[in-house]
Design a protein around this ligand. Structure first.
Ligand SMILES: Nc1nc2c(ncn2[C@@H]2O[C@@H]3COP(=O)(O)O[C@H]4[C@@H](O)[C@H](n5cnc6c(=O)[nH]c(N)nc65)O[C@@H]4COP(=O)(O)O[C@H]3[C@H]2O)c(=O)[nH]1
Length: 917
């Protein structure tokens, strides 16, 4: 079945076919019914015409009858006698009597349908006198004036219900009077179809005024003339409703059709009125047929219309569904669009706000912010940037980044710019040229943006850099000779030892001491002594290779580190001896002091210790050189001595020290001394706990002697743990008394102790154990404790800070820290080393270092405490330059807690047993 032939279509087709079939049937029926209708009408007409002929014949008989009477021999006899002059009395009356008798006979003879046709026969003479009357007694009708030779005249007298026929009597060309017959008008009704009434039809005869003359049964018109009936077109079936005057008449209530057939020879007509049903009752009504014919078409049309409507409805429904779906989609799209618009508006608003916010940040940012496009041309700069380089914003936007480069650095700046564009953010320190041609150092953070734009955040670190450089120079170089000082020497020596191990070659440490230098100083003064030291430095430097190190580590003490002396000990020893000899000779030459006016001869004692990698620690190596120097001096000065196995005795002494320390620990000969720390008003704010070895019946052994041994041997770990517990116990005691509750306690932590992985846990354990306020505990760390595994140590410091403990950086200035490194440490306090404080009032360098440290600490927001303050001058100097915390003999020496100023001494809490071995 094809797709288009759906169930509905199938039904439609069947309905159409059936309807067409029905239509054909109906048309056929319609046509046959029409024929039947025509035939019925024709028969009705024929019937009526035949009846009219019969009636016409009847009337014609009347004429003939009167004509025949006029020609009767009785009348002729009469007229002849009359013409002969016979008088009435004697003959004519007899003739008239004969006429009358003859007439009477004729009357009775003329019978139609069993009824006598004529009622009366009358004969008038030519004057109009009635001669013969078959029915005397009633008023005779008036004879009409007939023209001679004219035929008989027939008058229908509806009023009197008679048909009067009159003819003139002609006697040999002379008028012989008038003869009249009167017939019963009702006789005509006898001819009318009696069965018509049964069929619902009525037949009547009307005159030319429309008056009803005869009727069978009840009169139809009720005696009233109906002119429209008389005016009906003859022999045609006419609908009453179409006729003026009849359409609304009483007649039209019962009848629909009328047929008038004129009757020949008289002014009358036969009228048949009938209802449609009487004529067409057996014929299916045309309306029905129309209707029946129309039904299939209507059905088909309806079906088609229905199908169309159904299709349109389906289409409409589909459209509606589609449109609903579209509307739904549209609504979704609309909602999504609205949400998107709202989201974008919010974003735009946020963007605007954020742009304004960022613009404000940028405008007020302390950092200089430069923006350059892909061609390196500045397109924006904030006020801080303009201030930094001295150009206005308008001037800057007409410049490129290389215009800010100092002479010779343009290419480097351009390269950096390209590198940022290619590889992303860069952080670098660089130099810039100001408008006044001054150079500044900036810390630049450059980031690349889309479209090649580069954003640069600059911090002017010129002042800091200068201070740093100054600190560095002052901290690592001997200001008199320009040689590295002890700190730098230690660093170089450590590097040399590491390098020696890596390169598998020996190196040597030379320790020199000028013989009798003190004498020169004392006799000629410090200036001359300084001249000698400067010259010694020059000669020493000339004796060694460029990458060897010559350092001045004390008044007349010099150290030389020589590297790469050979792969084996003997070669190295030879090389070292050569160098020592060379030095010895160089230093032994005369010195022209005081501008050549004083010739001075000086010798040096030299101790040499070879090293190979890190077979011994740096401290041991120094000790070895020291021992060798000691030997040289003992040997009468001006000599060179190598450290040798015999010198091992000194080392052994160290081992003995370790053993003694172990015993001391066991015997609990260690004790914490407390040295007060004060503020600018001299009020005690806390104390530093310092370890003391107190052997019975001997002088206390200072920590400088036993702590290095403890560190080397690892004994510092239990000692440090004990000191921590002891310190916390002391703090707990202080916390109990209002007078001491605010005191802080600084505890020294050695590098080895700090490097223990569980160190933070140990500290926390003691804090919990003694329930102390962690903020009152300060841990003092030296820079050397933080040099290895920097990130891990910084993270550990952060965890300590997280406990609430304070962190103090001990011996500041003696280490190697750069400011940028220090910035990363979470410090609370910096402790200026006593070596700087000692000569602060008369040594410009130390004073400058201390000033720089104080300024730097201020900028980093750190507290500063100066240690080793012994004099009021030192305190005054420090106070003047912003140092507000002090520690030193001026305020109190380290001592047992009992010596601590009352009432601060009392109330200690004894920790439990501390030593495990
Ligand atoms: N000339 C002079 N010296 C002053 C003055 N004021 C204080 N001092 C001394 O300076 C040193 C300060 O301690 P430090 O720098 O931490 O230096 C300490 C510290 O590094 C270490 N040390 C002391 N106790 C401990 C401890 O419990 N554990 C660890 N790991 N090291 C400790 O031993 C070093 C030396 O300690 P001490 O001999 O007690 O020496 C102490 C102290 O007595 C002064 O006005 N003039």
């Amino acid at each position: 079945m094809p797709a288009w032939l759906t169930r509905q279509r199938w039904l439609l087709l069947v309905a159409t076919a059936f309807s067409l079939y029905l239509a054909v049937l109906l048309v056929t029926a319609f046509r046959s019914q029409e024929q039947l209708r025509d035939a019925t009408e024709a028969r009705l007409l024929t019937d009526n015409q035949q009846l009219a002929i019969v009636l016409g014949d009847f009337l014609s008989d009347q004429r003939m009858f009167v004509l025949n009477l006029a020609d009767s021999h009785e009348i002729e006899t009469f007229l002849t006698n009359k013409a002969l002059g016979m008088s009435m009395r004697y003959g004519l009356n007899a003739n008239l009597y004969a006429i009358e008798e003859s007439f009477r006979r004729k009357l009775s003879q003329k019978v139609v349908l069993g009824t006598q046709v004529y009622n009366r026969i009358l004969y008038f003479d030519e004057t109009g006198e009635l001669l013969v009357d078959t029915t005397p007694g009633t008023k005779p009708p008036t004879p009409p004036a007939l023209a001679p030779e004219s035929g008989p005249e027939l008058t229908i007298d509806g009023e009197h219900g008679r048909i009067v026929a009159a003819t003139s009597v002609d006697y040999r060309g002379q008028p012989g009077g008038t003869l009249m017959t009167v017939a019963n008008l009702a006789l005509l009704s006898r001819y009318l179809n009696s069965s018509a009434q049964d069929l619902g039809m009525r037949q009547l005869i009307i005159d030319d005024s429309g008056r009803e003359l005869t009727t069978r049964g009840k009169p139809v018109l009720g005696g009233v003339a109906s002119p429209p009936l008389a005016a009906l077109p003859p022999n045609r079936l006419t609908r009453l409703e179409s006729m003026a005057g009849l359409s609304a008449s009483e007649l039209s209530k019962h009848y629909d059709l009328v047929l008038r057939v004129p009757i020949a020879g008289a002014p009358i007509a036969l009228v048949t009125i009938l209802p449609t049903s009487a004529l067409y009752g057996h014929i299916t009504s045309r309306r029905f047929l129309y209707f029946a014919t129309a039904v299939p078409f209507v059905l088909v049309l309806t079906a088609f219309w229905y199908d169309r409507m159904r299709q349109r409805t389906e289409r409409l429904e589909a459209d509606v569904r589609e449109s609903n779906r579209n509307r739904e989609e549209l609504r979704h799209h609309n909602d999504a669009l609205k949400a998107e618009i709202e989201r974008r508006e919010t974003l735009e608003r946020q963007l605007r706000e954020s742009q304004e916010r960022y613009r404000t940040y940028i405008e007020h940012a302390p950092e200089g912010i430069f923006v350059a496009d892909a061609t390196r041309r500045f397109i924006d700069a904030n006020p801080a940037a303009c201030t930094m380089v001295g150009f206005t914003r308008e001037e800057l936007v007409s410049m490129t980044i290389t215009d800010l480069a100092p002479r010779g650095l343009a290419e480097e700046h351009a390269k950096l710019f390209k590198a940022v564009q290619r590889n992303g953010p860069r952080e670098i320190e660089m130099r810039l040229r100001r408008k006044d041609d001054a150079e500044i150092i900036v810390h630049l953070r450059a980031v690349a943006l889309p479209d090649g734009i580069v954003l640069g955040f600059c911090l002017d670190i010129t002042a800091r850099k200068r201070a740093e450089e100054q600190i560095h120079t002052l901290a690592y170089f001997d200001p008199l000779t320009g040689l590295p000082n002890r700190r730098l020497l230690m660093d170089r020596l450590r590097q040399a030892m590491v390098g020696s191990g890596r390169e598998r070659s020996y190196g040597a440490l030379f320790m020199l001491d000028l013989d009798h230098f003190k004498d020169l100083n004392d006799t000629q003064g410090h200036d001359v002594g300084d001249q000698l030291l400067t010259e010694v430095a020059t000669r020493l430097t000339a004796c060694v290779r460029r990458d060897d190190t010559v350092a001045r580590v004390g008044g007349d003490e010099f150290l030389v580190v020589a590297k790469r002396l050979g792969p084996d000990q003997s070669t190295a020893a030879v090389q070292a001896e050569l160098i020592a000899e060379k030095v010895h000779q160089a230093l032994g030459k005369p010195y022209a002091l005081i501008e050549g006016r004083l010739a001075h001869y000086s010798n040096a004692s030299i101790g040499v210790a070879l090293f190979h990698g890190q077979e011994v620690t740096i401290e041991v190596l120094l000790k070895q050189a020291d021992v060798a120097l000691y030997q040289a001096k003992n040997a009468g000065r001006d000599t060179i001595r190598f450290f040798n196995p015999e010198m091992q005795a000194t080392i052994d002494a160290r081992a003995a020290m370790e053993a003694a320390l172990r015993d001391a620990i066991r015997r609990r000969e260690l004790q914490l001394y407390y040295q007060p720390q004060v503020n600018r008003d001299g009020r005690i704010t806390g104390a530093e706990a310092l370890l003391r070895w107190l052997p019975p019946s001997l002088e206390p052994i200072p920590p400088d002697r036993f702590i290095p041994v403890a560190e080397e041997t690892g004994l510092i770990l239990p000692i440090g743990a004990w000191a921590l517990a002891q310190g916390c116990a002391r703090l707990a005691g202080w916390q109990k008394e209002p007078a001491t509750a605010d005191l802080t306690l600084s505890l020294n932590v050695s590098a080895r102790q700090f490097h223990q992985p569980d160190f933070v846990a140990q500290v926390w354990g003691q804090i919990k154990r003694f329930e102390i306020d962690p903020a009152k505990l300060k841990l003092e760390l030296t820079e050397s404790a933080l040099i290895d595994r920097v990130d891990e140590m910084i993270e550990r410091l952060h965890r300590l800070k997280g406990l609430g403990v304070g962190i103090s950086l001990d011996d500041f200035g003696t280490g190697y820290s750069s400011l940028s490194y220090l910035k990363r440490l979470p410090l609370d306090e910096i402790k200026i080393d006593q070596s700087f404080v000692r000569d602060i009032t008369h040594d410009q360098n130390d004073a400058a270092i201390v000033r720089a440290i104080l300024a730097m600490s201020r900028s980093l927001g750190l507290d500063v405490i100066a240690e080793g303050v012994e004099t009021q001058e030192q305190r005054a100097f420090l106070l003047r330059h912003g140092c507000e915390h002090y520690q030193g003999y001026l305020f109190g020496r380290p001592g047992p807690i009992e010596d601590f100023p009352a009432p601060l001494a009392g109330h200690g809490v004894q920790p439990a047993e501390i030593f495990t071995n």
